[in-house]
Structures are given as structure tokens and as C-alpha cells.
Ligand binder design. Structure first.
Ligand code: GLA
Length: 710
């Protein structure tokens, strides 16, 4: 099939600025014999790719990640010419390029010449070369070689007219590579501790090293938490994770600063795999011009979980964003184009599901979508990962056709999307150090899972189509009508102060059990629970009772303040609460704390502080949100059946409602007033069946000159 080309000069562009980058992760090195070509014409395939891309409306590619060994096959002998030829070809076709620095995959020669760059694991054994991520981020030698390859790449390709942005490194962290235990790491660790604590007395006290008599009398004595007969001191481990996280952020910052110097004006990002890596994503985001995510939406993903991850990514960097083109939000730089390869069974994405997931990303703010990857590799560990094209590269496959359709639709939408962002009235607080602490051993209840607890709140908002951001507890929360703080067990004085101010100034704060049990050093305060906030909630938690997963207590509601749809269980954790001025909305039904408060509300300053002393089923959180909506102005974006996901992008007097049907059957919608359907370019009124996995984009706003760009 020889597809017909469509013009790229309009559509995804509005005026001079590109509104949406619609692209793919392009790895011609994966198709073997250089670049799938023949001896005579090794690169002939690329032209076909450009044709297929153009036909699909693709206007950007990401290239270069993991190619260090190809770009510098021997030390100091660089070959960037093949990448330049890719860029030339793309440029000719009007396709922009995002260059990824290749540092995530150090070449074999480097590890063999400098084995000290290999990370040592917690047993002191090296993780060997021959794959990606085999590097210690505290190694000066690795930093130096990284600087050299990034500089060489920027000097060779940084002024190419197709270049719009850099991606530094790739998917940092994961596979337990967030920390290494090398001698150089130890030196940096001690330096980091010296800066933080200044004196050994401070260190011994702040980390509680008197426990089991593990005090130190010299900085060099402070251990790294390596494999040991039993657990290390949890305060020391928390600092170790903070240090490792700072190391990751510093390494990324080094590359960002270098590229800012070498190619001023080119924004820099990196791809983040949200909520599964052990570093502070907010800290990392601060180092970048804009955030990009790897979306792992797969056939078994729950819509609300994907939405939660997208909302989290959008929220990582709220200020000073600098994106290519007209982008205001973030990119999905790896949007899965098919099945992944890391589940036990990697089923195909059903027809329409790549499109659905793409719209879910766009609806929640993405200004760039890059499919991972353009074509399935014939070599390496990811050869059965889905791609836009299948191994044969023909372009007559199902997914390619679906992506071509999305490309055409996004061209139509782009002028409407221009300048729009997602605005949220609700916010969920998330702190990485808190998460690290809750994942440590010796928890009151190892079945309590913060991610699942957060998801209960996010799903309640998501399923009621209420827009939500994430924030750190110390951030400015004043713009939000309701702030949810699920289990901030580790709470610093500053964070507690921010929450207090938020409520005092009129906000509604909803906190839960497992809050304020630890200070910022991971040490238990002796001032009662929740630390610093008892007056805000008007209560004190005297004790807490962890519940095994197969047992439960129940909530008995007092009066009719909260409309309850059914009997709600109390699971995993029950706080034994002494009310000190709060209103009691529900009590526990059983056990020796029967009749004690389980759910309370307190007026504090101009605001309200709600406390939930337990964990319940999803339906409880739906009821909670219904109740909160009644008094704290949380708005449902559109009144549609709850199985339809709705998101809103707005700006410049324009509103785009995205309606997504994640179900495998059609859903009937009823429009009482006429609405403008942008994708089909028609007006809908009365009943409309949103097909299985279908998408509707409704527009409210001024008519754009010339109507939709097609
Ligand atoms: C990350 C990487 C990709 C790919 C996927 C596999 O997202 O960036 O190169 O390896 O993981 O899940």
C-alpha cells in the first residue's frame, strides 16, 4: 500500500506554533542489517517510514536513546552521521526530532575499561555490563564519560533544524538501580550527611542511632544500608533513599545544564515512569523544562489507574514549564501502541483501545503523544512489544490504521486545543518520602498500601468526573476547594503548617488514618497523633488497631449528615479517637472501641478538617465525595452516566470536553441541549450511543475561523 500524503502545514499547527506533537519513538537500529536495508541501500527503508509517518499525520519522532555504543563504537571515535541522515530525512518531510542522549545504555568498552562504573548491589557484587542501566550514578568516571557523549552529540546534531527538544537519559531508576553501593557512593553519602547534619551529634540524634547502640564517632563509620542480618535503622534508610534520589536528580540536572549551554533555547525533558520508581518525581521535574511520561496503559489497565498516573505526571511541574511549540502541559513520550512484554500474558490491545488511551492522555493535558515504538524490533528483549508497525514494516496492519485515524482527528482538534490546560478544584497530596517510609518493613499493617489508598480517593473523583491534581504537602494549596491527604504518616513541621494554614484560610482538608505518626526524620513524636494537627482536626488518635485483610469492622453513621448508599466496612486500620471538639459523623460498630469516632469533621479557622480514621470500600469514597460536593463546590464536569470518563481542557474562552467509553459495550448519552461534536463535525441533541471504546470531543466556545482544520 502506498498511502496518500496529507499536508502537515496545517492541522496540528495553529499559526506558527505546533499545538500537538504527534509522533513515534523511532529506532531504525532495531530492524537489523543496518536499518533493515540492503547492502546497496542500507537506509532505503527510512524513506518508506517517512511516507508512512506522513500519511499517518506524524509530525515528530524521538530518536537516539540507548545508541551510545553505535554513536561511539570505540572510545573517542564518534559516528553521529547516521542520526544526522535520519534527521535530514525527517526535516525534508517536515517531521521534527526529539534527540535522546544515549547515556542510559553505556557501551561494553566503557564498562570493561572502567569497571568501577558498574553499580555494586547491596551485597557488594557488581551488576554487569551487556545491557542498559549498568552504571553507578555516583561514579565520577561515569559522569565524565556522560558529559563527553552528551557534548559530542550536541555539537554534532544540536544545531540541526529539525531538533525541537532533548530527552536526557531514559527511564531513570527501576530494576533496583536507584541506589548503588560503590566506594564512590559511600564518599558522596558521607558528604551529603555532613552537609545536612553538620555535626556527628546532630546525626546520631536525628537518625536515632542510639537504638541498638549504632552511634558513630566518625563520618566514615556511617554505613550504607547494605545486606545485613536484619533491618537497618529506618531513619538512616530514609536518608539513604533521599540521598539516592538527590543523586538521580543531580545526574539529570548535569545533563540538562550542559544541553542548555550547548543548545540554548531547546527545551529538555526526560521520560518518567510514574509511581513505580524510588526517587522524588517532583524534585526531578524541577530540573526539567517540561515533564514527559511513559504511559503503560495496557489491556488490563483500569481506566481510573491510568487517569491517576496521568494526573500525577501533569502535576509534577506546575510552574515554569517550557515546551516546544505551543504546549502548556506535558508529553506522553511513550504511549503504548500495542501490547507490552512484561506481563505474564501480553494480550493485544483491542481495536479502538490505542485510540481510547491516546485520547485519555490528551484529555488530561498531554500536548505531545509519541507512540512506543514506531516498529516492532526484530532483535533484543523487546521484540514482541507492540509497535505502530509490525515486524514486517508494511503499514497495512490494524494498529497503523488506527493511529492514522488518530492523526487525522488530532489535526482537526488542534486549533481548538491550542492554549488549553486542565484545571482542577480538588487535589490529592502525595509525598515520596512518606511513600518510602510506608514501604519499609515493620509497618503496623503490611497489607496497608499507600498507592491503593490514594487510588480510592482518585477513583472516587475520577468516576464522578471531578478534575483532580496532585501536589506535595508543602506546596501552595490555596487554589483548591478540597484537598485530600491520604495517610501522610511522615509529616514534617513545615508540611503540617501548610495544611493548618490551608484550613485556617477556608479550605476543606480530608485526612485519614496513618497520618502524622512520624516526623520528617522517621521518628515518632511524643506529642500525640496526628503530629501537630490535633487542634486542626479537633481530636487525638490515642491508639490504632491494624486489622487483618480477612476481618472488618463497620461504620455506623450518626444522623443524616452524610448520605450513605450502603453499609460501609472499616478495614485494615481503625484509629481509636478521642474527640476534642470535632463533630462525630460516624462511629465504629464493633470491638472495644464500638461507639468511638471513625469519621469526624471540625471547623478550624475559616475552613473544615475532615478525618477518616479507617479505610473502607470504594463505595464509601463515592458517598464521601457526594457529601463534600454538597458544601465545598466541587463540580462534576458533565452530567453523563458514571461509566463515561469526562475531562475538560479549557483556555482562551474555549472548552473541550472529552468523553471516553472504557467499556466493551455502547453507552447511551442524552443531550438535552445541542452540543458540538468536533470529531464528526456535527451537532448532537437527544440520545446518542457512544460506541464501545468510543470517544466524543464536545466543544463550547467561539466558532473558529474556517471551522475545524481538516
Ligand atoms: C521504558 C523504556 C522503553 C522500554 C519500556 C519497556 O519505558 O523507556 O525503552 O524499554 O520501558 O517497558
Amino acid at each position: 500500500m502506498r498511502p496518500e500524503a496529507i499536508s502537515l502545514t496545517s492541522g496540528l499547527q495553529a499559526g506558527k506554533d505546533v499545538v500537538m506533537y504527534f509522533g513515534a519513538d523511532y529506532h531504525p537500529e532495531h530492524w537489523v542489517f543496518p536499518y533493515a536495508g540492503t547492502q546497496e541501500q542500507p537506509e532505503a527503508r527510512w524513506e518508506r517510514d517517512v511516507e508512512l509517518m506522513t500519511a499517518a499525520g506524524i509530525n515528530a519522532v524521538r530518536i537516539g536513546e540507548f545508541t551510545w555504543g553505535l554513536c561511539e563504537p570505540q572510545e573517542g571515535k564518534y559516528d553521529f552521521e547516521w542520526l544526522r541522515r535520519v534527521m535530514d530525512l525527517m526535516h525534508k518531510a517536515g517531521i521534527k526530532v526529539v534527540l535522546a542522549t544515549p547515556t542510559a545504555a553505556p557501551p561494553v568498552w566503557l564498562a570493561q575499561k572502567h569497571p568501577e562504573i558498574l553499580p555494586l548491589d547491596e551485597r557488594g557484587l557488581p551488576l554487569r555490563e551487556g545491557t542498559r542501566h549498568a552504571r553507578c550514578l555516583n561514579s565520577d568516571v561515569f559522569w565524565e564519560y556522560s558529559r563527553r557523549i552528551v557534548t559530542a552529540m550536541a555539537n554534532a546534531l544540536g544545531n540541526h533544524p529539525s531538533l525541537i527538544a532533548w530527552q536526557v537519559d531514559n527511564g531513570i531508576g527501576g530494576h533496583m538501580t536507584e541506589s548503588s553501593f560503590n566506594p564512590e557512593t559511600k564518599k558522596d553519602w558521607h558528604q551529603w550527611l555532613k552537609q545536612k547534619y553538620e555535626t556527628l551529634d546532630n546525626l546520631n540524634a536525628a537518625l536515632g542511632l542510639r537504638f541498638w547502640g549504632q552511634i558513630v564517632s566518625d563520618w566514615n563509620q556511617v554505613p550504607m544500608p547494605m545486606a545485613a542480618p536484619t533491618s537497618h535503622n529506618p531513619a538512616l534508610v530514609l536518608d539513604w533513599i533521599r540521598f539516592s534520589s538527590d543523586t538521580i536528580a543531580a545526574y539529570i540536572q548535569m545533563q540538562v545544564e550542559l544541553l542548555h549551554q550547548l543548545t540554548p533555547g531547546k527545551p529538555v525533558t526526560t521520560n518518567i515512569r510514574v509511581l513505580s520508581r524510588q526517587y522524588d518525581h517532583f524534585d526531578l521535574a524541577e530540573k526539567l523544562d517540561f515533564v514527559s511520561m511513559d504511559s503503560y496503559a495496557t489491556v488490563r489497565s483500569r481506566a481510573a489507574e491510568n487517569a491517576c498516573e496521568i494526573d500525577m505526571i501533569r502535576s509534577l511541574k506546575k510552574h515554569s514549564r517550557r515546551l516546544p511549540g505551543d504546549g502548556r502541559n506535558f508529553w506522553v513520550i511513550e504511549q503504548k501502541a500495542g501490547q507490552v512484554h512484561w506481563q505474564d500474558v501480553n494480550s493485544l490491545l483491542r481495536p479502538g483501545v490505542v485510540r481510547l488511551f491516546t485520547y485519555q492522555s490528551v484529555a488530561r493535558g498531554a500536548d505531545g503523544i509519541f507512540y512506543f515504538f514506531w516498529r516492532q524490533p526484530r532483535i533484543g528483549t523487546e521484540k514482541f512489544y507492540g509497535g505502530v508497525l509490525t515486524h514486517d514494516g508494511r503499514g497495512d496492519n490494524r494498529v497503523y490504521q488506527e493511529i492514522r485515524q488518530i492523526g487525522q482527528e488530532l489535526r482537526r482538534l488542534a486549533p481548538y486545543i491550542k492554549g488549553t490546560t486542565v484545571k482542577a478544584e480538588a487535589c490529592i497530596l502525595y509525598s515520596h518520602p512518606n511513600e518510602w517510609v510506608l514501604k519499609m518493613p515493620h509497618q503496623p499493617n503490611e497489607y496497608f498500601n499507600l498507592r491503593e489508598h490514594v487510588q480510592l480517593f482518585h477513583s472516587a473523583l475520577h468516576d464522578r468526573n471531578i478534575a483532580v491534581d496532585f501536589a506535595r504537602p508543602e506546596d501552595d494549596l490555596s487554589g483548591y476547594h478540597v484537598v485530600f491527604a491520604p495517610s501522610l504518616c511522615l509529616l514534617s513541621a513545615l508540611e503540617a503548617e501548610r495544611l493548618r494554614e490551608y484550613v485556617e484560610n477556608g479550605g476543606t482538608l480530608v485526612a485519614t488514618c496513618n497520618t502524622g505518626l512520624l516526623d520528617e526524620h522517621n521518628i515518632v513524636p511524643d506529642t500525640g497523633f496526628p503530629f501537630y494537627l490535633q487542634d486542626v482536626f479537633g481530636l487525638e488518635v490515642l491508639e490504632f488497631d491494624p486489622i487483618p485483610p480477612n476481618e472488618e469492622n463497620h461504620l455506623t453513621f450518626k444522623g443524616s449528615t452524610i448520605p450513605t448508599s450502603q453499609l460501609h466496612p472499616a478495614k485494615l486500620w481503625c484509629d481509636i479517637i478521642e474527640p476534642k471538639g470535632c463533630q462525630v459523623l460516624a462511629v465504629f460498630a464493633r470491638d472495644f472501641y464500638a461507639g468511638r469516632p471513625a469519621l469526624t469533621m471540625n471547623r478550624f479557622g475559616k475552613g473544615t478538617a475532615v478525618y477518616i480514621g479507617t479505610v473502607s470500600n470504594q463505595s464509601f469514597y463515592y458517598d464521601l465525595v457526594t457529601w463534600l460536593r454538597g458544601f465545598s463546590s466541587l463540580h462534576t464536569l458533565l452530567k453523563v452516566p458514571e461509566t463515561v470518563e469526562v475531562s475538560l481542557r479549557e483556555g482562551d474562552g474555549r472548552k473541550l470536553f472529552f468523553l471516553l467509553n472504557h467499556q466493551g459495550a455502547a453507552i447511551r448519552l442524552n443531550f438535552l441541549k445541542p452540543v458540538q461534536d468536533l470529531l464528526q463535525d456535527k451537532t448532537l441533541v437527544g440520545s446518542y450511543d457512544l460506541p464501545a471504546h468510543g470517544v466524543l470531543v464536545l466543544y463550547e466556545g467561539p466558532t473558529l475561523e474556517g471551522g475545524p482544520a481538516v
